[in-house]
Design a protein around this ligand. Structure first.
Ligand code: MN
Length: 235
C-alpha cells in the first residue's frame, strides 16, 4: 500500500556511549510533582495530588549536551515559560505495574524542558478545558540524550540537583528528592491508567520558580549526572 500523504517523521534520541538510538513513542507528563511548584501554581500539594497529561511525540526536540539548540518562540502565545524536568525513558511497558516492575521498566534518564504556553494553559484551566493548547505544540519538549540506567546512576539521581538558568541567571533549583511521587511511583500510577510501551518518555514534573523567556534568551537546563542542554529561543 502507498501512503496518500508523506509520512511524518519519528523523533529519535541519541543514547550516551552507544551507537543505538531511542525511538520516541508517547510522551507522558506529570503535573504538580514538586510541592513548591504546586503552591506557586495556586494549588494545595496536601490536597491536590500530582496528575498526568501528555504531549505529542512530535514535540520532542533532541538537544545535544553542551551545544546550543534553537527552538522558535511559539505561535499564538505571549507567555512562553520554561519547566526543567527529569525525563525517564522506558525500555519495557505493561499495565498495573508493581513498584519493582516499574523500576525494571526504566531504560534510562535524560534532562528535558516542558515548555509551556502559560497564557493558553491558564485560559484552559479557567474554563476546565484540555491542556493541549498550552502544552502540546511544536518544539515544546527539548530533551537531552538518554543515559542508560545503572544501579549507581539510579542511586545518584535519587538526590541529584536539578536546575535552570536563563542568560546565566539562576531561575530554578531543586533536588530530585523533592519529587512528590518518585520515579517508580510515577511509572506505577501511570501504568494504572495507560498500558505503557517501550519507547515511551515520562517528564516527571518541574520544581518551583517557573517563568517566561523571550526571543534571544538562552536557557541552560541540567540534572546532575545527566549533563546540561542549552536552548536558545529564536523568532
Ligand atoms: Mn511540567
Amino acid at each position: 500500500m502507498k501512503n496518500i500523504v508523506s509520512e511524518q517523521a519519528r523523533v529519535y534520541l541519541p543514547v550516551v556511549d552507544s551507537d543505538q538510538v531511542f525511538p520516541v513513542g508517547r510522551v507522558y507528563c506529570v503535573g504538580r510533582n514538586y510541592a513548591e511548584h504546586a503552591r506557586e501554581m495556586g494549588d494545595d500539594p496536601d490536597r491536590d495530588p500530582p496528575f498526568f497529561f501528555a504531549k505529542d511525540a512530535s514535540c520532542v526536540v533532541p538537544a545535544a549536551l553542551s551545544q546550543t539548540t534553537n527552538i522558535a518562540y511559539p505561535m499564538a502565545s505571549t507567555q512562553f515559560e520554561y519547566e526543567v524536568e527529569l525525563v525517564v525513558a522506558l525500555g519495557k511497558g505493561g499495565k498495573n505495574l508493581t513498584l519493582e516492575q516499574a523500576a525494571e521498566a526504566v531504560l534510562g534518564y535524560a534532562v528535558g524542558l516542558d515548555m509551556t504556553r502559560r497564557d493558553l494553559q491558564g485560559q484552559a484551566k479557567k474554563k476546565g478545558r484540555p491542556w493541549e493548547v498550552g502544552k502540546s505544540f511544536d518544539e515544546s519538549a527539548p530533551v537531552g540524550p538518554v543515559f542508560l540506567k545503572t544501579d549507581t546512576l539510579t542511586k545518584h539521581l535519587a538526590d541529584a540537583n536539578i536546575g535552570l538558568k536563563v542568560n546565566d541567571e539562576l531561575k530554578q533549583k531543586s533536588r530530585i528528592s523533592n519529587l512528590t511521587w518518585s520515579i517508580e511511583e510515577v511509572i506505577c500510577k501511570l501504568s494504572d491508567v495507560f498500558e505503557l510501551r517501550a519507547g515511551d518518555l515520562i517528564m516527571t514534573g518541574t520544581p518551583e520558580n517557573v517563568g517566561p523567556v523571550l526571543v534571544g534568551d538562552e536557557m541552560l537546563a541540567w540534572v546532575e549526572h545527566l549533563g546540561d542542554i542549552r536552548i536558545k529561543v529564536t523568532d
